[in-house]
Design a protein around this ligand. Structure first.
Ligand code: ATP
Length: 223
């Protein structure tokens, strides 16, 4: 149940990524994030061209199709293709600007990222501006410790809040790390490596994603 004057403000999350391919670490985190933040909707948004990494092996349309297959009819999760409609690098500030315009000034907008991605946040395009548009929720990931590089502490330190309730009092500007109940040591890199080595990815990705990967012969070659 939600209480207080801002009861009616929509709560909207964004989980961007390469999703090359989507796996159960993404999807289970998405479901638990949706629950933990009492979100109305979580937009899962594949990047057309991730600015800080090499070109994905499969096309953006294929990654989107796998994401759609993975989400299926999961309540509250949405495969959002907006970054595939834009030319050039996929900057989160542009995506958040669009979501802010769509959901309005009062919406609680949350950008969620895993701890590995968070460690590079200070190198993102206009990192300060992200906090004028949304809150940042960092999802703990197995294998990453809590200590932050100095540039990151400078960026997020003063924005840190200690609970979801405090975070959601305002529409944007806060930062919180969340340890979701089901930490999953699954990465897309590991999945691509297994497929190219002819090994099974069963129970690492949803069954429809495994079937689509097999059907289209994706990720067969070594990186
Ligand atoms: P890769 O291995 O290719 O780098 P990845 O598995 O980290 O990929 P991305 O598409 O880069 O997947 O991830 C999208 C977002 O989801 C990032 O913020 C990332 O930190 C987060 N994420 C990925 N895997 C997990 C996981 N197992 N648990 C929690 N968050 C995750």
């Amino acid at each position: 149940m939600r209480h207080g004057a801002n009861n009616l403000a929509p709560r909207v999350g964004m989980l961007g990524g390469t999703f090359d391919p989507v796996h159960l670490g993404h999807l289970r985190s998405a479901v638990e994030l949706h629950e933990a933040l009492a979100l109305d909707r979580l937009h899962m948004i594949p990047a057309q061209q991730p600015p800080l990494r090499g070109r994905p092996q499969v096309s953006a349309q294929q990654r989107l199709a796998l994401l759609q297959a993975g989400i299926g009819d999961t309540p509250g999760l949405l495969a959002d293709d907006r970054e595939l409609q834009r030319e050039g690098p996929s900057y989160s500030v542009d995506t958040l600007t669009e979501l802010r315009a769509e959901y309005g000034e009062q919406a609680r907008l949350v950008m969620a990222i895993g701890f590995d991605a968070f460690l590079r946040l200070a190198q993102w395009h206009q990192p300060e501006r992200l906090f004028e548009l949304a809150h940042l929720v960092v999802i703990a990931r197995p294998g990453y410790s809590d200590s932050l590089p100095a540039a990151l502490t400078e960026l997020v330190g003063k924005r840190r809040v200690d609970s979801v309730e405090t975070l959601m009092l305002k529409p944007f500007g806060g930062y919180l790390t969340l340890a979701l109940p089901s930490l999953m040591a699954i990465s897309a890199t590991h999945i691509r490596q297994r497929i190219s080595a002819g090994k099974s990815v069963r129970y690492l990705v949803p069954a429809p994603v495994e079937q689509a990967i097999q059907h289209h012969g994706l990720y067969q070659q070594r990186e």
